[in-house]
Design a protein around this ligand. Sequence first.
Ligand code: HEM
Ligand code: HEM
Length: 170
Amino acid sequence: MSLDKNNSQYSKIAKLFHWGFVLLFVYGVAKQVEDINQLEDNAFFRFEIIFALIFLFLLIIRLIYMKTTQKTSLPEDTPRIQKISAKIIHNGMYALLAGTALSGLSIGFLFWIELKEGILIDIIIFFHELNVNLLYWFIGIHIIAATFHRLKRDGVWSSMVPFLKEKKLK
Ligand code: HEM
Ligand code: HEM
């Protein structure tokens, strides 16, 4: 597959959302709650909740923008199974990003109404951690797939990634 068969390119806004979320997610993981007792600190608690709300709000805007204005840069003759896999991983990442923020907010809500321990909060924390760990797997597969496209030189990598771009054939 050569580059000239695929001219699809994501818009600047699409790239800003994609790479902005990479930074936001790395930041969210770096400052993660390591112990539930940290939530006793009011300023920390408020910051976590505001961060998760902004994260969720931007994610919804991103999803609407991407679904209404952009399309995948996978070449048209990509095998069906590969197209479906890409869809599952992309939509899965949206679901898991939303799930992480929503389960985090649920922990915050239970904490706020003084249900700070017990089976309910333990279950939600379990889901929150499961969500985050699944997300790591999905992101790992996504990066391997992007690298595979870079090696194939089919234009998919360069449609989103600003470095190590393929040279244009024409
Ligand atoms: C988008 C926002 C959020 C991100 C990216 C995020 C990320 C994480 C990560 C990476 C972990 C560790 C998972 C693991 O060890 O397997 C974690 C654990 C946790 N998070 Fe979040 N989180 C978010 C929002 C929240 C919110 C809003 C709250 C509550 C106010 C919260 C409360 C917790 C708690 C209680 C744990 C478990 C800590 C423990 O091990 O005892 N998170 N979060
Ligand atoms: C937190 C990490 C990441 C997440 C959550 C993520 C998520 C996504 C999502 C949801 C899409 C579909 C388009 C969209 O709706 O924006 C996408 C496309 C893409 N991403 Fe990522 N991404 C991440 C990191 C990366 C990295 C590190 C690379 C490359 C090194 C990469 C390369 C690409 C490429 C090439 C596309 C276009 C795929 C296509 O058109 O089918 N992504 N990403």
